[in-house]
Design a protein around this ligand. Structure first.
Ligand code: KMH
Ligand code: ZN
Length: 310
C-alpha cells in the first residue's frame, strides 16, 4: 500500500508578479488567508515567502513573515516551511534571515547554483502594474541563482544544527542529488530527509516523466528508499501532470500559485485552495489518501510545531 500523499502548498513564492494574476497573495493578511484555506483543503505543509505589501516585490523582511506565521499556526495544524530561496537577486544573508528568526519546522534549501530564467514571462504582458516587475524578470537572462557548497553548509549548520529545522531539499537536476549525497556522506544531512524534485524551470531539468523516473531511481540508489521522502513540483503548465505522475509513482506533491498561476489551460486559479482541492481529487481518484500534518511530521522527522519561535 502506498503511503498517504504529503501535499505541500506554496501560496505566493518569489517568481510570479502582481500583474500576472490578481489572485496572487501579496499582503501578510492575504498570505495568511490563502495558507489557511490551503491547509483546510488538505495541504499538510505550507511553503512560505513574503512580499512587500505595497509593491508585491519578494521581500526577505522577517517582520513580514512574523505577521502571517503565527496566524497560520493558530488556525491550522499545518507544518510551516520558510523559504531560503527567497527572491532572485537577494543575498544569502537576506534569504536566511526569516527562517533564522522564525526557527520553523522546515525551510527550503536549493541544492545547486544554476541559471534560473523567468524572462520568457516578459512576452505575455505589454503593461505592468509596477516598474520593478519587467526589470526583475528581465535580469534573469544574465543571472545565476547562487547556492554554493559554502552557503548550503552554512544553512545546514545555522538552521539545521542550531534550530533543528529540517529541509525541503530542492533539486532541479541530477547534479543536485549528488550535492545532497555529499552532505549525507559528511553526516550533515541525516535521514529521514525530504527531496523536492523541481521540474520545468528554464535552467533545470524539463518536466518530463522520464526525467522524474530517472531522478527518483537515482535518489533511491544514492540514499536508499527507506531514508528519504520525495515530492515533485512541476512549474507552470506542468504542475498537475507532474503531481499526478508523482501520485502514480508513490511520491508526494507540491502545488500553489508560486509554481503555477493556473487551474486549467488558459484559466487562472482563483485561489491556492482551488489547486489543493484539485490535487486532492487526483490523489483520491487514484486510490491514495492525503497525509495529515502529523503524519507528515512523523515521516519527515520534524521537531514539532511547539518548538518554533512564533
Ligand atoms: N520557486 C520554485 C521553483 C525556494 O523557495 O527555495 C523553487 C523554490 C525556491 O521554491
Ligand atoms: Zn519557494
Amino acid at each position: 500500500m502506498s503511503k498517504p500523499v504529503i501535499i505541500t502548498c506554496a501560496p505566493t513564492g518569489g517568481i510570479h508578479t502582481p500583474t500576472m494574476s490578481e489572485h496572487l497573495p501579496i499582503t501578510p493578511n492575504e498570505i495568511a488567508q490563502a495558507s489557511i484555506e490551503a491547509a483546510e483543503a488538505g495541504a499538510s505543509i505550507i511553503h512560505l515567502h513574503a512580499r512587500d505589501p505595497e509593491t508585491g516585490r519578494p521581500d526577505p523582511n522577517p517582520d513580514l513573515f512574523m505577521q502571517f506565521l503565527p496566524r497560520i499556526k493558530q488556525a491550522t495544524g499545518a507544518v510551516m516551511n520558510v523559504s531560503t530561496g527567497g527572491g532572485l537577486g537577494m543575498t544569502m544573508d537576506e534569504r536566511l534571515r526569516a527562517a533564522t528568526v522564525a526557527s520553523p519546522e522546515m525551510a527550503s534549501l536549493n541544492m545547486g547554483s544554476m541559471n534560473f530564467g523567468i524572462f520568457p514571462l516578459l512576452e505575455n504582458f505589454d503593461t505592468w502594474k509596477h516598474d520593478w516587475e519587467p526589470k526583475f524578470l528581465g535580469m534573469t537572462r544574465d543571472f545565476i541563482f547562487p547556492n554554493t557548497f559554502a552557503t548550503i553548509e552554512y544553512a545546514l549548520t545555522e538552521l539545521g544544527e542550531k534550530h533543528g529545522t529540517k529541509f525541503e531539499f530542492e533539486c532541479y537536476d541530477l547534479g543536485h542529488l549528488y550535492n545532497v549525497k555529499w552532505f549525507v556522506d559528511k553526516g550533515m544531512i541525516k535521514p529521514p530527509f525530504f527531496i523536492q524534485f523541481v521540474l520545468g524551470i528554464l535552467g533545470g531539468a524539463g518536466a518530463e516523466l522520464e526525467n522524474l523516473q530517472f531522478l527518483h531511481r537515482t535518489a533511491d540508489r544514492l540514499f536508499g528508499a527507506e531514508n528519504y521522502e520525495w515530492s515533485v513540483l512541476g512549474a507552470g503548465r506542468h504542475q498537475m501532470p507532474m503531481a499526478t505522475q508523482s501520485v502514480l509513482l508513490g511520491g508526494n506533491l507540491r502545488v500553489g500559485l508560486e509554481d503555477s498561476l493556473y487551474i486549467e489551460r488558459g484559466e487562472l486559479a482563483v485561489s491556492n485552495a482551488q489547486q489543493v482541492e484539485k490535487a486532492r481529487r487526483i490523489v483520491e481518484e487514484l486510490g491514495r489518501r492525503v497525509a495529515t500534518p502529523d503524519e507528515a511530521r512523523e515521516r519527515l522527522g520534524l521537531k514539532g510545531g511547539d518548538k518554533t519561535a512564533f
